[in-house]
Design a protein around this ligand. Sequence first.
Ligand code: KIV
Length: 286
Amino acid sequence: MSTRVTAPSVQARKVSQGHEPLVMVTAYDAPGARMVDEAGADLILVGDSVAMVVLGYDDTLQVTTDDIAHHTAAVARAKPDAMIIGDLPWMSYHVSIEETVRNAATLVRAGAQAVKLEGGSNRLPMIEALISAQIPVMGHIGLTPQSINAFGGFRVQAKTTQAALELVAEAKALAHAGCFALVLEGVPDDVARLVTDAVDVPTIGIGAGRHCDGQVLVFHDVLGLEDRFVPKFVRRYAELKTVGVAALTEFAADVRSGAFPADDESYHLNAETAEELSLYGHDVDG
Ligand code: KIV
């Protein structure tokens, strides 16, 4: 029997109803997906954060649906039990309902079981069309990185009473429209608690404190592969960049000194062929 995590099984996971918090981690390729899955995460997000942590861009605005589909397909080839969410990138769900559904279908055909998109009630027509096309939708509100230019930078959101109440209203609208879960990013913990209590679908926080129904972090942040900027909400559980640089430095030194490869790391001819070739080599040299 399949142990695959699904949208309906995630939708039921409210901590207030006695469930364990959900665990979501990003992954962008097959080995990353295998690691996240073997660690027992419930959800793998093929996030548009791929733009920053893999492709070297300064923000998430540079990636396209085809980029996310390429990485989603790599994650799907790992055949994880964790549910795969494909992140709809900027401009893939802003122009028209038709484009939105086609772009989401591209991610589903690449292996996503659901899509995520950023925004509140301004996205309701797109969300309704996706759900009517049988594509489960995860909402994403608060500090939505695709709004970096509109926000004037990566800034914590919903810090005033009015903004907090607006966020609660947006969350309710998304849940009412049929989103099976909501990412809450970069909001004060008390506001995340208000939102979490106000909706009957799970909230998954990033920089939103401990009162959410789950937590998500970026793969490269959790593992310490990315050390250029570490936001306050990241906890690094390993220092893989440091370990990696040390290993590569050792490899370079071994190549330069002749210590790599060793005899037992090389393929060898059988004695008869080696003898024949050495005679041949001798003739040629001689
Ligand atoms: O793209 C991403 O990694 C995300 C998470 C930060 C939620 O959207």
